[in-house]
Design a protein around this ligand. Structure first.
Ligand code: MN
Length: 236
């Protein structure tokens, strides 16, 4: 049984928010979730705190939520579509990403997670996909089922974990713009939006596998990879 550190957002001024699919997926695989509230990011010595927190678990799961602050990636994007900025959460998650990379802990980054992952490692984001000329990726009517095509690079870790998968759900209005050094793009939607990235010990997806575990249980493989370290050497 593995212990997974799972980041949590704020749903309003008084409540935390986390879709239950994340912990359901881990529990379905008999693993433990340790939830990390965003307020930890407001404490001093965030690097020291990140180091201590990662010492409590075996791997890091970055979950969905509101937008990453443009200030975190040097953007002065004034898009009116940007919502849910939480500087504490940004600060905590950036420190966790960097420390996890230092310690060699696995990272699975989902939706907002792939975005903060990219920002933490030096990349940027598209402030709003439709404003930038891409399709609408906020397909809320199909939250729990596949909603748009996704092309996964054949020899990627992601392809090895999700054989035959050609679709994703889609609940985002931002995506990776400039890719961070060290990450590789391994999945895109038909309009060219980056839907998956990877590196040694890192997987990021722009879709929501935690909401597909009933309609497409193969998506549980992403959580298996995170928790169990199953071998995903690219097939030749
Ligand atoms: Mn999408």
């Amino acid at each position: 049984m593995a212990r997974l550190l799972v980041t949590v957002g704020r749903s309003d001024a008084h409540r935390l928010g986390l879709h239950r699919g994340y912990t359901d997926a881990l529990e379905r695989l008999s693993h433990q979730a340790i939830l990390l509230p965003p307020g930890l990011g407001g404490l001093e010595d965030i690097e020291g705190i990140a180091k201590e927190l990662l010492g409590l678990g075996d791997a890091l799961l970055l979950t969905g939520g509101g937008d990453v602050s443009p200030a975190a990636y040097g953007g002065d994007h004034a898009s009116a579509k940007i919502y849910g900025i939480d500087e504490d959460r940004d600060r905590l998650e950036r420190a966790l990403v960097l420390e996890a990379r230092r310690q060699g802990l696995r990272v699975l980054a989902i939706c907002r997670g792939i975005q903060i992952l990219n920002v933490a490692l030096g990349g940027t984001l598209v402030a709003d996909l439709e404003e930038a000329g891409y399709a609408n990726h906020s397909l809320t009517d199909q939250e729990y089922v596949y909603a748009h095509p996704v092309a996964i690079a054949p020899h990627s870790r992601l392809a090895a974990l999700l054989p035959g998968v050609t679709m994703a759900n889609s609940l985002h209005h931002q995506a990776i713009d400039r890719l961070a050094p060290g990450l590789e793009v391994v999945a895109r939607s038909p309009d060219g939006v980056i839907e998956g990235v990877e590196a040694d010990g890192v997987l990021g997806v722009q879709w929501h596998p935690e909401r597909l575990i009933d309609s497409a249980p193969i998506q549980l493989n992403l959580f298996r990879w995170l928790a169990e370290g199953i071998e995903t050497a690219p097939s030749s």
